[in-house]
Design a protein around this ligand. Structure first.
Ligand code: 5RP
Length: 220
């Protein structure tokens, strides 16, 4: 485990208000965050999970998992990322949870992203961009993505929590993340693209191997 992930996860624990309803993302950094939250003895009214895997970790650590349909808007969402650019726009979905992550982020007033410093890039796209697709549309969407200059690779993995499949798009250099997010989301059969550009993170906590944590906000 990258020590920076642990440092960023620990810093995020300080942002959580006891007895609140928290949005919780997916991945190894978030898993550490949940464990540290439990260790700190912070109790929640409940948490909305962005994946079945996260729901299981929350339950194991003693937190109640709530249905987003029952909670209304959330004050705070904590999640990791696969790449982050200087505008706090993200590539997410390495773990396949991009659609639910985007939903919980959209329903939250504040999105705090926790990463180690290896996730920082100037331009998004070196990490293959995940696209969740309806299974019958997989080949059609792949052909459309080829026209955008990317190489779509079918992810050999179990279906997503939503019963869909993922194409990982290799070879992109994303100069205009909002435009590309819109273009890919408009392809018939695409459920979600793992670009979080229209709704970037509001705050970024970057953990370094020496335990230091740097904070950046959308305002700069
Ligand atoms: C899952 C995600 C994760 O946030 C992303 O993959 C980062 O994971 P990790 O914290 O394990 O590096 O988007 O769909």
């Amino acid at each position: 485990m990258h020590k920076g992930k642990i440092a960023a996860a620990l810093a995020a624990v300080d942002l959580v208000k006891p007895d609140s309803v928290l949005g919780v993302g997916s991945g190894s950094t978030v898993e550490v965050f949940i464990q540290q939250l439990a260790k700190a003895g912070i109790r929640l009214e409940g948490a909305v999970a962005s994946s079945e895997a996260t729901a299981a970790v929350l339950t194991k650590n003693g937190f109640d998992v709530l249905d987003l349909n029952m909670t209304g808007s959330l004050d705070l969402y904590i999640d990791g990322a696969d790449e982050v650019n200087p505008n706090l726009q993200l590539i997410k979905g390495g773990g396949g949870a991009l659609t639910r992550e985007k939903i919980v982020a959209a329903a939250s007033n504040q999105f705090v992203c926790i990463v180690d410093d290896s996730k920082l890039v100037d331009v998004l796209g070196e990490f293959p961009l995940p696209v969740e697709v309806i299974p019958m549309a997989r080949s059609y969407v792949a052909r459309e993505i080829l026209t955008l200059g990317a190489d779509p690779e079918f992810r050999e993995a179990p279906r997503t929590d939503n019963g869909n499949q993922i194409l990982d798009c290799v070879g992109l250099h994303i100069d205009d993340p909002i435009e590309l997010e819109t273009i890919i989301n408009n392809i018939a059969g695409v459920v979600t693209v793992g670009l979080f550009a229209e709704r970037p993170a509001d705050q970024l906590l970057i953990g370094y191997t020496d335990g230091r944590v740097e904070e950046r906000s959308a305002e700069g």
